[in-house]
Design a protein around this ligand. Structure first.
Ligand code: AMP
Length: 542
């Protein structure tokens, strides 16, 4: 028997129109190099309507991908709503991509238009000749003085908005499963893969984030997403905050730890969110600010060391709340909000629980699968298995059909993380099968680094592994086997890599070895290398 309830689409236009009606007086603050920009939701949303009309005037078709190459700003928020509410797909491009990857994602997405902060124009312009699908490049004047190239594709954002009346009436998205946003994740081969969020997944993810035992975001909150808006929609926070009617406090380009803390203090931020590197950098400065408004400091993207969370607790009385997720999972799936019973535990035990990745949020299912046998592992806190994920905001595939092996036959996402879960549901990540290094919240492909290093004529073999790093979470370390009699130095390897990869990808250490350990199937035994990392003495390096 079918239920007799209305089948109304879960779509971003609902979020937008509700906020337009109920929260027009709420505030959006963006830090700028020269001060700050303040707007009400009402003012911002009028610009959203202007932007939607401007996309029509530019003849951007329905479902076309609209790229953004922007910091966390109000303008980026305008794009977050105007693009999907008007039936296009928001493609948030990672501003730290190396030119080849940048050209790849724009081509893979077939972006029709790209919006770019003026300060970021030089980075985008490196591939301006390799973006055949892009008809317009809309430059957002952020007060920087980067030269704007004389190119027929270039359009000024404010001129565009002023070019006609705003869209009137309601935005309509009939199919809640239609695509709203696109974000690329890195792959082991180095080619990023597109994750396509739907209106429905975005609304459900936002709604769950509001829940009391998740982020408990409400209208009274002042939310500061430090995590970039090009990284998994800043963990969904811009949408969640607008759904709740919370003030949004955006750091723009002012992301140094002292600037972030000053913004928290000035605007009485209640919840902030960023990767461990950010909160590690802020730790020594906490005593210089009044941070008493904070009720949650959310942290994920990489493991949160117990010492970091406890450092915050010692300094301001508030430990860090850890969450786990991925680009493929929208991202929030587990959050370290302790159970009431666990709040009775002693400080040390609670600190240990907060160093786990937390417990599954509503509507999210996880299971642990033994990679060898395929058997599901018990939640006993000891048995480790690959973490597999299912739920209404978990990807079912990648754009253009790539990476199909990331999904099981019964439709679960293989996360590439190895974990245990204890009987209370606390997730603990213990290893990773993905051949990637996560530095400062961004991926470095070890396979790409290895291939480049092995491209050096004096190198026989090379393997790159992640080394734990207190500041960046992880840094790449290379093990290199030189060819017979070749004299090779660390500087030779780094000089060879420099033109090929972003500067922040360069390995922190290069160890020269006679041979690399291999697995039964002939692959580099990275687990062995990681375990030996401290023991191996560099040979032949100068
Ligand atoms: P991304 O798709 O870039 O967001 O990266 C997702 C991956 O980051 C996960 O599969 C994990 O490997 C890692 N990750 C995310 N959150 C955490 C966390 N709290 N602790 C440890 N690793 C994490």
């Amino acid at each position: 028997m079918a239920g007799l309830m209305q089948d109304r689409p879960l779509s971003l236009p609902h979020v937008f129109h509700r906020a337009e009606m109920l929260f027009a007086d709420k505030e959006i603050v963006t830090a700028t190099a020269s001060g700050e920009r303040r707007s009400t939701y009402g003012e911002c949303f009028e610009r959203v309507r202007r932007l939607a009309a401007a996309l029509d005037r530019l003849d951007v078709p329905a479902e076309a991908r609209v790229g953004t190459f922007c910091s966390n700003t109000q303008t980026h928020l305008e794009l977050y709503f105007a693009v999907p509410c008007s039936g296009r797909v928001l493609h948030t491009i990672n501003i730290r991509l190396f030119p080849d990857q940048l050209a790849f994602v724009v081509a893979d997405a077939q972006d029709d238009v790209v919006f770019v902060d003026r300060a970021l124009l030089p980075a985008l312009w490196q591939v301006a000749d390799r973006m055949p699908s892009v008809r317009h490049i809309v430059v957002i004047d952020d007060g920087s003085n980067e030269a704007v190239p004389d190119d027929p594709r270039v359009v000024d954002y404010e001129t565009l908005l002023a070019g006609g009346p705003p869209r009137s009436g309601r935005f309509v998205i009939d199919d809640e499963n239609s695509a709203a946003a696109l974000c690329y994740t890195s792959g082991t081969t180095g080619d990023p893969k597109g994750v396509l969020y739907s209106h429905r997944s975005t609304v459900l993810h936002s709604l769950t984030s509001l829940a009391a035992d998740v982020l408990a975001i409400g209208e009274r909150d002042r939310v500061q997403p430090v995590v970039p808006m090009f990284h998994v929609n800043a963990w969904g926070l811009p949408y969640t905050a607008v759904l709740a009617g919370a003030n949004l406090i955006l750091p723009g380009t002012q992301t140094a730890p002292g600037e972030l803390l000053a913004q928290i203090e000035r605007h009485r931020v209640t919840i902030s969110a960023g990767v461990p590197t950010i909160w590690m950098g802020a730790l020594p400065l906490l005593h210089e600010h009044d941070l008493s408004s904070l009720r949650m400091v959310l942290c994920g993207g990489a493991a949160v060391p117990q010492s970091l969370s406890e450092g915050w607790r010692a300094a301001i009385g508030l430990p860090i709340t850890q969450a786990w997720g991925m680009t493929e999972t929208s991202p929030i799936c587990t959050v370290g909000v302790l159970r009431s019973a666990d709040n009775e535990l002693d400080d040390e035990e609670r600190a240990r629980l907060r160093a786990t990745q937390g417990r599954p949020v509503p509507l999210f299912d996880l299971r642990l699968v033994n990679p060898e046998t395929g058997a599901e592992q018990p939640w006993d806190g000891v048995s480790a298995g690959e973490l597999q994920a299912a739920g209404p905001w978990i990807a079912s595939g990648y754009l253009n059909g790539s990476g199909a092996d990331a999904f099981t036959d019964d439709g679960w996402l293989r996360t590439g993380d190895i974990a245990t879960v204890d009987p209370r549901g606390y997730l603990n990540l213990v290893d990773r099968t993905k051949d990637l290094v996560k530095s400062g919240g961004e991926w470095i492909s070890s396979v790409t680094l290895e291939n480049h290093i092995m491209g050096h004529p004096a190198v026989a073999e090379a393997a790159v592994v992640a080394k734990p790093d207190p500041r960046w979470s992880e840094r790449p370390v290379a093990f290199v086997v030189p060819r017979d009699d070749a004299r090779l130095t660390t500087d030779d390897v780094l000089a060879h890599l420099r033109p090929l990869v972003p500067k922040w990808w360069l390995p922190d250490e290069v160890h020269f070895v006679d041979a690399l350990p291999k697995t039964g199937t002939g692959k580099f035994a990275k687990r062995v290398l990681r375990a030996r990392l401290d023991a191996i003495v560099p040979e032949g390096s100068t």
